[in-house]
Write a protein that binds this ligand. Structure first.
Ligand SMILES: Cc1cc2nc3c(=O)[nH]c(=O)nc-3n(C[C@H](O)[C@H](O)[C@H](O)COP(=O)(O)OP(=O)(O)OC[C@H]3O[C@@H](n4cnc5c(N)ncnc54)[C@H](O)[C@@H]3O)c2cc1C
Length: 473
């Protein structure tokens, strides 16, 4: 066990991590923030500090809001280590990261994981063809390099982020050949009981209706209740050339140069799984999330989670939960008295509750279709090790009890992405195949390194005094 280097280590400089750093510094904690990206902002405010006025205008006021938060963060006095990929964390909360191809460790009595969300996998036939990507990836290209997909784009799936990316593409001059909306008919009925609560978040509802209006005015064709979606290869090109699907009883085919997939976002639980903290299965969001208390603390004392990594609630909620977790950390290290922390957390809790009102409505409206899990046997599930849905079903038939056994049977989940892309799908396919609840089937056991690192980088850990990291930002 090494000595403490800081009071608080934060992983992630998105809204949750930045807000936590600002709040913890206000309470006098020494803080280090590690983020694998070169600049702060996370997914939502990615590269906001260097975005050109044209890009900032294109991405809208919700994106530009991140600039003020990033400025407060830069001025907070936290030690900022951009470009630091966290690849291991020990049970004593020693965090090992790689920066400039050299690994180093930091340790504090308090750790905040603010590593955000990732897109729900969309295992559809042909989803590994070049030209097919997640909608979020297309948005990252807009934010980081002001580039948009070339040619006709078809968007497949559903959810607020899909609509947002479609509107941003249109504003940037992109060509949208159609939106293939895969949300089942029953979703609307299921969402209806949650509408009264959602009306308590009128700004968010108005934003959603505004996006639908933009797409309608632009004449973007929307194909509702799509099923049996397949990406087809363009003749001899080994690239996607079309999307075919059934919509309202008719078979359709749209030519496409690019296909953008999106079926919602889910907490990125790689780090919390590595730490073996308790997780819960959320049936409404169809994903795992770490169990946390009112101050973001997990079942491992001192280890907290905030933002979309704890529960999907959006950027403004992430900022609030980050601040609350930092106040909890300040109490734990003896810098803040409990009553004062409760007072300071009050306005943040009010914001969290306001931002969460619309969630049950959105979760029901945009619940991914069940047929995504019942995908055709030849659909690739684990892209790294090329394991198909049929092979996972066959493993279940042979007695495979859970995702960790699929690794022994087939290397499923053992590739470079360490199960990030296939974990949820494998859990759900196994659950469906053996007739059990996903909560009982469980999830992959995650081990270090979380992402590939070089041997030279690991070797640097043996001689920490001889390495010189780039100065903190
Ligand atoms: C692809 C994508 C695009 C999105 N776009 C939008 C949008 O435009 N508008 C919107 O309202 N919401 C968007 N969302 C939802 C959005 O993620 C959140 O609401 C918000 O960004 C959550 O904030 P956060 O601080 O919890 O996490 P994030 O903003 O995701 O920040 C997490 C940070 O952790 C870092 N990180 C993760 N793992 C590691 C590691 N191992 N080592 C080091 N650093 C690590 C990441 O680099 C990232 O900067 C998007 C989500 C996704 C997945």
């Amino acid at each position: 066990m090494s000595a403490y280097t800081h009071d608080l280590v934060i992983i992630g400089a998105g809204p949750a991590g930045m807000s936590a750093a600002v709040t913890a510094r206000q309470q006098g904690l020494s803080v280090v923030v590690l983020d694998e990206q070169p600049r702060p902002g996370g997914q939502v405010y990615r590269d906001v500090t260097k975005a050109s006025p044209a890009v900032a205008r294109l991405l809208g006021p919700a994106y530009r809001y991140g600039n003020a938060l990033a400025r407060r963060y830069a001025d907070s006095g936290a030690e900022v280590r951009p470009g630091s990929l966290v690849w291991d964390i020990a049970q004593d909360l020693t965090v090992t990261a790689q920066q400039a191809n050299l690994s180093f460790s930091v340790r504090a009595p308090q750790l905040l994981i603010a590593s955000g969300a990732m897109e729900h996998p969309s295992p559809l036939p042909g989803w590994t063809l070049p030209g097919v990507m997640n909608a979020g990836a297309a948005q990252i290209a807009m934010k980081t390099s002001a580039s948009i997909p070339d040619g006709r784009a078809v968007l497949v799936g559903g959810g607020p982020l899909l609509l947002l990316v479609a509107c941003q593409l249109l504003r940037a001059g992109g060509r949208i050949a159609g939106i293939v909306d895969t949300m089942p008919a029953g979703n609307r009925g299921a969402a209806l009981p949650h509408l009264p609560a959602a009306l308590g978040a009128p700004a968010m509802l108005a934003k959603g209706l505004g996006m639908l209006g933009t797409l309608w005015r632009a004449g973007v064709p929307v194909f509702r209740r799509a099923e049996d979606v397949r990406m087809e290869e363009a003749d001899g090109s080994r690239r996607v050339g079309a999307v075919s699907f059934s919509s309202e009883g008719r078979r359709q085919r749209l030519d496409a140069d690019v296909v953008l997939l999106h079926h919602g976002v889910v907490p990125n639980t790689q780090i919390t799984r590595l730490l073996r903290v308790a997780h819960q299965w959320s049936d409404s969001q169809g994903c795992w999330h770490p169990a946390v208390d009112a101050w973001g603390e997990t079942s491992l004392p001192g280890c907290r989670v905030a933002g979309d990594g704890a529960a999907i609630a959006g950027a403004l909620a992430a900022e609030a939960s980050g601040a609350i977790a930092a106040l909890g950390a300040a109490v734990a290290v003896g810098r803040l008295e409990t009553g004062k922390a409760a007072t300071l957390a009050g306005p943040w809790r009010a914001r969290l509750s306001r931002q969460s009102r619309i969630r049950p409505f959105l979760d029901a409206l945009y619940r991914p279709p069940a047929w995504l899990i019942d995908c055709a046997d030849d659909t690739l599930v684990c892209r790294c090790e090329e394991v198909t849905a049929g092979q996972v079903r066959e493993m279940a038939r042979l007695g495979c009890q859970g995702p960790n056994q699929t690794k022994f049977f087939s290397r499923c989940g053992m590739g470079p992405c360490q199960g990030r892309m296939c974990g949820l799908t494998v859990t759900q396919i196994l659950a469906r195949s053996v007739g059990r609840d996903p909560a009982d089937v469980g999830a992959y056991r995650i081990r270090a390194p979380l992402k590939p690192v070089t041997l030279g980088s690991v070797a640097a850990l043996a001689e920490p005094d001889r390495i010189t990291l780039p100065p903190a930002g």
